[in-house]
Structures are given as C-alpha cells and as structure tokens.
Write a protein that binds this ligand. Sequence first.
Ligand code: SAH
Length: 281
Amino acid sequence: MKQRPTFPARLDTTLAMNRPNAVGKPAPTTHATPTKLPNAPATAAAPSRIKAAQQPTPQPGHGMDSSAVRHRMVHKLAAQGISDAQVLGAMGAIERHRFVDSALVNQAYEDTSLPIGLGQTISKPGVVSRMLELLLQAQLGNPAKLGRVLEIGTGCGYQAAVLSLLATEVYSIERLRGLHDKARDNLRPLRLANLHLLFGDGMVGYAKGAPYAGIIAAAGGEAVPQAWVDQLAVGGRLVAPVVTAGAPGSQALLVLDKTAQGVRQTILEAVHFVPLKSGVA
Ligand code: SAH
C-alpha cells in the first residue's frame, strides 16, 4: 500500500539554528503590543546549511510530501528570475502550508495568493520572493545579512517567517487582532527568536525598533507614510506597493532608497495587494 507521507512536525533544527543570536535589545513594550515567541536554540550554523526538513513523519490526512512540492516551487521561482540564493533558500525552508487553512493546503505551493480570513490574503510566493530580493539588494557591497527589518502587515505570518531567516531582527505589525493572533499561533512552533510580532497601526511604523535597514509593506496605500521614511536608516531600503495614477486602485511596487543626499524612488511592476488602512480593528 502506498505510504502517504506528510509534513514534518517541526522545523528542521539546522534551519532553526541558522540565525544569529538575538542582539539583546529589550523587547518592545509601547505603542504596538509585542508578542513574545519562545526562544530558539542559540547555536550558530553555516548559511549553506539552510534546508527544508526532509524526513516527513507519516501522518494521515495530507497526501503531499511538502518538501518535494516546496522544492518545485523554488525551482519555478528561480525560473521566473529570482536569483538570490538566500531568498530561494528561505523560501524553500519555510513551510507555506502551515500558514493556510487546511482546506487550502493543496494550493499552498502554487504561485497564488490565498484567503487567510478577515478579507485578507497571504501574498503569492512569486511576489514575496521578488520583494525580499529587492530588499536584500540594498545590501550590495555589504555581504553581511540584512539588519533590522520592519514589516507592515503580518497577515498569517508567512512572509515574516521567511524574512526572519534573512534579517537579524524582524518587527512585524498587524492592525487586525484576529490575524495577529493567528500569526502568533502559526509561528509558535517555528521558534523564530528574532521575529517580534506587534499589534498596532503600521502606518506609524514602529519607532522603538528604528532605524531599520529595511522596511517592507504587504498592503498598499496612496503614498508611503512619512513615518516609514523617517524610521529607515540611511543606506536602508523600503519596498512597498503603492497606488498608482492609472486605473482606479491599480498598484505598483515602489523601491525607496534612503541616502545621505535624500531619498531615491523607483516604481517597478504592477502588483495587487490589499489596501493599507489606518487604525486597528
Ligand atoms: N505578509 C502577509 C500578507 C498579509 S496581507 C502574509 O504573509 O500573510 C496584508 C496585511 O496587511 C493584512 O493582514 C492587513 O490587515 C494588514 N494591514 C493593512 N493595513 C495595515 C496597517 N496600517 N498596519 C498593519 N497592518 C496592516
């Protein structure tokens, strides 16, 4: 009889260990409400050891070997032009199926956005990897890993998890309490000690973690809030969808680099993100 392997019960330890230790910053306490995730083992490992868990334990209910499907997804991302090995490694390591409802698990590795509740969506892997690659490109000439990053729009926590493998510290803000809680539940088993979940309005950024080497938004507004630019470090990069002048509601990716001389903005391809909203709910 055909065995039906399924997803590993937890993240491979080589992955969980493949991050620098926390920098010892005190946990943020005001404005947005931080959620403490449990600490991961504090042992360093070489970057080349990023890999997905490869020994699924048999468990009834899922007819999919997630590591093989995820590798296919990574190959497709590479074929679409994503070339950053760190980004591809992180996309191959984080199990996207853990972040979607069980009814959608079979679509988890397709290049499609999927509903995560409260009218929001998990972003397409193609767009997540594209934005992360753009964020990392700002580090050219500086081979060290990305420093502190602010993410606006935690959603189900998927992109935050990928980001946590690429940056030293990640602060991720969500304005909907239900999704903030869902992300915390989704992320708990991954034990990503450098990922800090915050409940609050990301339009005002998160000044306590500033300055950021990178800021990434998963929701698109009419303009980039000034607070984000203010909280970006000189030499840092912001990647966000913004509403463009074209068809109503049309959006494009904006890359904003902050230099000692000022900001440089570049508009890239069209994208479709949920709207950036103010306040919490
Ligand atoms: N990166 C997420 C994508 C979530 S969709 C993932 O991997 O699942 C974008 C999210 O942005 C939504 O959950 C929405 O509630 C949130 N959002 C919109 N405006 C926001 C704001 N001002 N502050 C924080 N989150 C916001």
